[in-house]
Write a protein that binds this ligand. Structure first.
Ligand SMILES: [Zn+2]
Length: 315
């Protein structure tokens, strides 16, 4: 009745494949967790609180939830292990996700962008907040060298074009920061210091959330160096964890990894949805996969976990 594909999909949406395995490691990646419909709750990065809570209840039963350090450095033996991460440093992680995680005693990590911490700026969120301002959108397209196309007017189209073809430089930085950022979207020093006190792992995600594969070596080095200093100031130590903005292989290149290796970022995270089975170390850098989630149902989460278990290969 369901066909072979349907039967497989149903089987992969249950608890048993992952529940019966041992010694597996998996890392989840979230962004913004929303407890309502905010004007900037974009479907691109928002997970509803109810779904997030269900995910946490589910994984708590199926995995030993551990810190990022433990999952990347510990042995792959015994109970399946899972780590929780959040990219971009949204304020909702502090206000909405944190109470859930604390009540369940679950460790987690946050990957931050310096421009968001210091000034509240993130180019995509700025762009979405000013999506009606055609002059602003045109100035961003021009600043990254994407041809001005009047038929291409939606904010999502502009984001897509910038990601695909953009040259991320100081010109773009000036252009995207020419508007007021929407207030209160990102954690600043105060919230992050509180997270550090509570034992949350802080990693870097580049200063301006650039597609690092579209930046020059100089720009990438600057993006990474500034973030490194910020995390040292916040935590008292340098981080070994760097999550690549956007995280797919088209968003970084060999030069990106070389610079990250030189800056001692030995654990570099992608959004390649696999298990972590121990990646080869290239010039001191390991590429570590994560399963990215955006408002997926618990059934869908199980499907991703089980599919990764079946694939069991790395980048
Ligand atoms: Zn990000």
């Amino acid at each position: 009745m369901y066909g072979a594909k349907g039967i497989l999909k149903r089987a992969l949406s249950g608890r048993y494949p992952i529940g019966l395995s041992k010694g597996r490691k998996v890392i989840l990646c979230y962004h913004h967790i929303s407890d309502g419909i905010g004007p900037l709750d974009s479907p691109v990065y928002t997970t509803a609180l109810d779904n997030f809570r269900h995910h946490m209840e589910l994984i708590r039963g199926l995995f030993e939830v551990v810190s990022l350090d433990e999952i990347v450095n510990g042995e792959g033996k015994g109970r399946n292990k899972l780590a929780i991460t959040f990219d971009d440093g949204f304020m909702s992680v502090f206000k909405v996700a944190r109470p859930v995680l604390r009540s369940m005693g679950l460790p987690y990590a946050v990957f931050i962008n310096g421009a968001a911490v210091e000034e509240g700026h993130n180019w995509m969120v700025d762009l979405l907040a000013h999506a009606q301002d055609q002059q602003y959108l045109a100035s961003l397209r021009a600043a990254v060298g994407v041809d001005d196309d009047p038929s291409q007017e939606s904010a999502e189209d502009v984001i897509g074009a910038i990601m695909e073809k953009g040259v991320f430089s100081e010109t773009f930085r000036c252009a995207y920061r020419s508007v007021r950022p929407p207030p209160g979207m990102f954690m600043s020093y105060g919230e992050l210091e509180q997270l550090v006190k509570e034992g949350v792992t802080i990693g870097d995600h580049s200063w301006d959330h650039y597609v690092l594969g579209g930046s020059s070596s100089e720009v990438t080095s600057d993006q990474v160096a500034k973030g490194k200093s910020l995390i040292k100031a916040l935590t008292g130590d340098y981080s070994k964890h760097f999550a690549l903005p956007f995280g797919k292989k088209e968003h970084f290149n060999g030069d990106t990894l070389r610079i990250l290796g030189e800056c001692d970022y030995c654990n570099v995270y992608t959004t390649n949805p696999n298990l972590f089975v121990g990646a080869p170390d290239v010039n001191g850098v390991r590429l570590i996969p994560r399963i990215g989630l955006v408002n997926d149902s618990s059934q869908r989460l199980l499907f991703y976990l089980n599919r990764a278990l079946l694939r069991q290969h790395d980048l």
